[in-house]
Design a protein around this ligand. Structure first.
Ligand code: ARG
Length: 422
C-alpha cells in the first residue's frame, strides 16, 4: 500500500475525531418522552453527542460537516441483547463440519451485517473458543466493522444439557468448553471465562430447542449451582443471563439472582410476579418461531428441534403478552444466528402484534436494553454525553414499527457506517 494512502487514511481518521458533525433530521425520536421532535439537530463531537434537540434551540459550531437527514426520522442506535454472531446457516450435524476459524469469519461478516441493520450495540450470549472476545476486541481496535459488543464466551451448563454439544457418539468424548457440574466447578468456570475476557456469564437453566436429547421445559442447572454462579459472577462485576424455557427453571433462575431470563417461553403467573419482584429482565426472542418452522429443516436443524419448536413458539408469544401486560421488565433480544443476522429488526412487528405499542418495543431495544447491559449512561438515547450511535429511517416508526426493518443511515461513535451520501 502506498505511503500517500496511509497519509490520507490517517488524515481521515484524525478529521473524524476533530471536526464536529451536525445531523439535520426531519425529526428525532425522543425515546424517553415518546415524541418526535420535528426539524431536529444533533451535534456530534468526536465519538459523543454534544447537543440534540429542535433546530430552533441548537447552537451548532461554525465549522462543522453537515449530514442532511431532513427526509428521515433519527433515533438511537438499536440494541439486541441476545445474538450469536458466530452461528450461521449450518445447523445440527452440518455444523460439525465448520471449523472454529470458519465460524469466526462468519462472525466478522455477521458483525458488519448487524451494524448496518441499525444495531449499534449487541450482547453475544455464547460462542465457541472465545471467538466473541476476539470479535469484540477487533471491533474496538478498528480492525473490523461491528456493533459495540458485550460477550459471554462459552455458555455454562450441565453435562448433556443445552449448553453442551450432544451430537457426537460417546467414543468421541466431546464436551463443550462451558460445561461445569456442581457449585464449585461452576464457580471455577465463571472465573475461567472472566479470565479469558467475558463481559457477562451465560448459563443454561433449562433444556432447549436446538439441542439434542433434552427438553425445553426441563430444568438443568440446580438452584444451588445457579446461586454459586450468580454470587461469583456478581462479585467479579459480571451480570448473568440465563437461558430458561421451562416454568420451574425460570423461577429457579430468578430466585438465584440472574439479571435476565432468555426465552422465558413457559413462564407462568408466579414466574412473572417473581421477575417483577426481583427486577429481572425477560428477553423473549419471539421472531424465531416463524423462521425455524419455515426454514429450519433446510438449514439442518434436527427433526426433534422442529418438533420442540412447535411446542414452544406459540406459547412463548402468548406469554410475552402476559408478561408485558403484567408490567415485567423486558429487553429486546432475538437469538440472531438461529435466523439470519441482519433481520433482527423483524422482531419489532411481533412485539407490537403481541401487545406492545411501537414506542414500548423501541424502548426495549434502546433505554431498557441499555439498562440491562449496565450501559444506561452510554447508549440507548440520543443525548449529550452519550455515544453518537444514531440511525435514521424513512417513515414514522411510532406509526409503523416495520420501518425499523429498513434502516437507511447508521452512525456509530460519530462515524458514518451506512448512508453517508444523504
Ligand atoms: N436457542 C434457543 C433454543 O435452542 C432457540 C429457541 C427458539 N425458539 C423460540 N420460540 N424462541 O432453545
Amino acid at each position: 500500500m502506498s505511503r500517500s494512502w496511509w497519509l490520507a487514511a490517517l488524515c481521515l481518521s484524525v478529521s473524524v475525531a476533530a471536526e464536529p458533525v451536525v445531523l439535520r433530521c426531519g425529526s428525532l425520536l425522543d425515546v424517553r418522552a415518546d415524541r418526535l421532535v420535528a426539524n431536529a439537530v444533533v451535534v456530534v463531537e468526536g465519538e459523543k453527542v454534544q447537543q440534540a434537540g429542535p433546530a430552533s434551540s441548537a447552537t451548532p459550531p461554525g465549522a462543522a460537516k453537515t449530514i442532511d437527514l431532513s427526509d428521515a426520522v433519527c433515533l438511537p442506535g438499536l440494541i439486541d441483547v441476545h445474538v450469536h454472531l458466530t452461528s450461521g446457516e449450518k445447523r445440527g450435524y452440518q455444523s460439525l463440519g465448520v471449523s472454529l476459524p470458519r465460524k469466526t469469519v462468519w462472525g466478522v461478516r455477521n458483525a458488519g451485517t448487524t451494524l448496518r441493520a441499525g444495531f449499534t450495540t449487541a450482547r453475544n450470549v455464547g460462542a465457541p473458543g472465545y471467538a466473541d472476545v476476539a470479535l469484540r476486541d477487533a471491533i474496538e481496535e478498528g480492525d473490523i466493522e461491528g456493533p459495540r459488543l458485550l460477550v459471554a464466551g462459552p455458555s455454562l451448563g450441565i453435562t448433556g444439557g443445552h449448553c453442551d454439544d450432544n451430537l457426537l457418539a460417546p467414543e468421541f468424548r466431546h464436551t463443550s468448553a462451558g460445561v461445569a457440574d456442581g457449585p464449585w466447578a461452576a464457580r471455577a468456570k465463571v472465573r475461567e471465562v472472566v479470565k479469558y475476557g467475558a463481559d457477562l456469564i451465560k448459563i443454561c437453566a433449562s433444556g432447549g430447542v436446538m439441542s439434542k436429547g433434552d427438553q425445553p421445559g426441563t430444568p438443568q442447572y440446580t438452584p444451588e449451582e445457579m446461586r454459586a454462579i450468580v454470587e461469583e459472577a456478581h462479585k467479579l462485576g459480571r451480570k448473568v443471563a440465563a437461558h430458561a424455557h421451562g416454568a420451574q427453571s425460570i423461577k429457579d433462575a430468578i430466585r438465584s439472582g440472574v439479571d435476565s431470563v432468555e426465552h422465558a417461553s413457559f413462564i407462568d403467573q408466579e414466574g412473572i410476579a417473581l421477575a417483577k419482584q426481583y427486577g429481572t429482565y425477560l428477553v423473549f426472542d419471539i421472531y424465531n418461531d416463524d423462521y425455524i418452522l419455515e426454514h429450519g429443516a433446510k438449514a439442518g436443524m434436527l427433526p426433534e428441534s422442529i418438533e420442540k419448536e412447535r411446542q414452544v413458539g406459540a406459547v412463548q408469544r402468548e406469554n410475552f403478552r402476559q408478561a408485558f401486560l403484567a408490567g415485567a421488565r423486558m429487553a429486546f433480544g432475538t437469538d440472531a444466528g438461529v435466523y439470519p443476522h441482519g433481520d433482527n429488526g423483524r422482531q419489532f412487528a411481533y412485539m407490537v402484534k403481541f401487545g406492545m405499542k411501537p414506542i414500548q418495543a423501541i424502548r426495549a431495544a434502546t433505554l431498557d436494553a441499555a439498562s440491562l447491559l449496565g450501559w444506561a449512561d452510554k447508549v440507548g438515547a440520543v443525548e449529550p454525553g452519550k455515544w453518537a450511535d444514531i440511525i435514521a429511517v424513512r417513515g414514522n416508526p411510532l406509526e409503523d414499527v416495520r420501518t425499523l426493518e429498513q434502516v437507511r443511515f447508521v452512525m456509530k461513535g460519530g462515524r458514518v457506517v451506512k448512508g453517508a451520501s444523504k
